[in-house]
Design a protein around this ligand. Structure first.
Ligand code: BG6
Length: 482
């Protein structure tokens, strides 16, 4: 594989869709502005829509931002970037369409050979068709010394363990595991990337990071919006498959895993898969499901899930789920891991809360109540932050105790711009670093946690509990808290 080649063709399949226009092209532009892209890069948009280069460039421009090049030079940088973008219209399953793409690449690129990055920004149902067509057109190289070819795909990877295995198997006919980059964009988020550093580059946490000192771990994911035009997709999958089986289980793995032998993709994935393998598959008793309904607050009506025209009126797809997981390994035996995720809630927020145990025989309990146990909160978004609540003496006469936070706000502590997750991850693909991508073994382990309960929910047609849009979620979640 040729890491040195400065000729790179980035092919975005599904170039006219939301993911491409809102996330991928802006991330590529951000990388370009910071000088991270190789000297001779080109971007090729490929999709079914009839567009010419000018229309395509206009669509891309709508979402490009000047974050890294504020001021007048931004327009010039946009012009340079757009000049490197071409569009090819074609069918996803057609070898001939990809040969047309190849023709355009040859006309556009300088030099004979180029590394190739294929970003499949398309629904998973067409991943295999596209991969086969790319392979049949002879556009995947893998020999030693040849330019590299890499494919990026984004969840959902199947609907359960079996369909995920089928997808992995079918894609592996064209792209090897080491050429496949499965994105979970939460792994690109700054605070999530910091988890291993926080745990293993500091001495203060690791000795306490076990069931002797930690009482519970809570991973909370909330959105205060509804479907945002994605009802067709969401209703097929529901919140467990959309957010929990991937983003939240990945966070859990990083919080709970043992230290990897080295900081490389294989060792990291091995430890993540190992800890996920210690989680017994969930059953219905471990899960609370909810679905948001309409609400009327301060004179403003918010429609319910079933009011969305792309959702069947009798849908029982959950928009909220909470579960209590156990990790059956010596470090975590007896510590509940609560995970909750919901759309249409009261806030947008992702947070990890590590609740420590009370000090045993605490002499301060005599003062009229025991001090509140310490809590470490890691806020992934919005406003990245880490804070540790500690009990302190309130200044003044007498002895009054109160919890106060040691507070690390990223915005105050760091002058650097926090990159969008897609920027970090795309750069990793270009540099061939797979540490933040999902490997086959962890994907299998993650599906094994959720597959039985997903099947049970579907077999029994379990109805989610209604909750009001903008509320904290269904009341039944109380049954999961210890
Ligand atoms: C996606 C889910 O993976 O993540 C969406 O499919 C969700 O339903 C989105 O809205 C949230 O991402 P972020 O980065 O805005 O937290």
């Amino acid at each position: 594989m040729n890491e040195q080649l400065d000729n790179l063709g980035i092919v975005v399949v599904g170039a006219s869709g939301d993911l491409a226009t809102k996330k991928i092209f802006p991330a590529l532009f951000a990388l370009y502005c910071q000088g991270w892209l190789p000297e001779k890069f080109r971007v090729f948009g490929f999709a079914r829509s009839e567009l010419n280069d000018a229309e395509f460039r206009r669509r891309i421009t709508e979402h490009l931002t000047c974050r890294y090049v504020p001021g007048e030079s931004c327009e010039q940088r946009m012009g340079e970037f757009l000049a490197k973008c071409r569009y090819v219209q074609g069918a996803y399953d057609s070898r001939d369409s990809f040969l047309d793409l190849y023709q355009v690449m040859r006309e556009t690129e300088d030099g004979e050979s180029a590394n190739r990055l294929y970003y499949l920004a398309i629904p998973p149902s067409v991943f295999v068709d596209v991969a086969r067509a790319i392979g049949d057109a002879g556009l995947v190289s893998c020999g030693p010394g040849e330019p590299w070819s890499r494919v990026v795909i984004e969840k959902p990877f199947g609907r359960d363990r079996e369909s995920s295995d089928e997808l992995t198997q079918a894609l592996s006919q064209v792209f090897s595991e080491s050429q496949t980059y499965r994105i979970d964009h939460y792994l690109g988020k700054e605070v999530i990337q910091n988890l291993l550093v926080l745990r293993f580059a500091n001495i203060v946490f690791e000795p306490l990071w076990n069931n002797k000192f930690i009482e519970s771990v809570h991973i909370v994911w909330k959105e205060n919006i509804g479907l945002e035009g994605r009802g067709g997709y969401f209703d097929q999958y529901g919140i467990i498959r959309d957010v929990m089986q991937n983003h939240l289980l990945q966070i859990l793995a990083l919080v709970a895993m043992e230290p990897p032998a080295r900081l490389d993709p294989v060792n990291i994935a091995t430890e993540k898969a190992k800890v996920l393998r210690c989680v017994p598959p969930l059953s219905l008793d471990d899960v609370v499901l909810g679905q948001y309904g309409e609400s009327e607050r301060s004179g403003r009506r918010s429609p319910g899930y079933l009011d969305d025209s792309s959702v069947p009126s009798d849908s029982i797809t959950p928009t909220y789920a909470a579960t209590r997981l156990r990790i059956g390994c010596p470090r975590w035996e007896g510590v509940p891991f609560l995970i909750s995720a919901g759309k249409g809630l009261d806030a947008r927020m992702t947070k990890i809360i590590i609740r420590f145990r009370s000090v045993s025989g605490n002499m301060f309990c005599e003062l009229g109540g025991c001090p509140t146990p310490n809590e470490l909160s890691i806020r992934v978004q919005p406003d990245e932050a880490i804070y540790l609540s500690l009990t302190n003496k309130v200044p003044g006469m007498g002895m009054t105790l109160q919890p106060r936070d040691l507070d690390l706000q990223y915005k105050e502590a760091f002058a650097e711009v926090i990159p969008d997750a897609y920027e970090s991850l795309l750069l990793d693909v270009i540099e061939g670093d797979r540490s933040l991508f999902i490997q086959k073994n962890e994907l299998e382990a993650a599906w094994d946690v959720f597959t039985p309960v997903l099947h049970e929910i579907e077999r029994r047609r379990v109805k989610p509990e209604p909750y009001e849009f903008g509320s904290e979620g269904p009341a039944a979640v109380g049954k999961l808290t210890p």
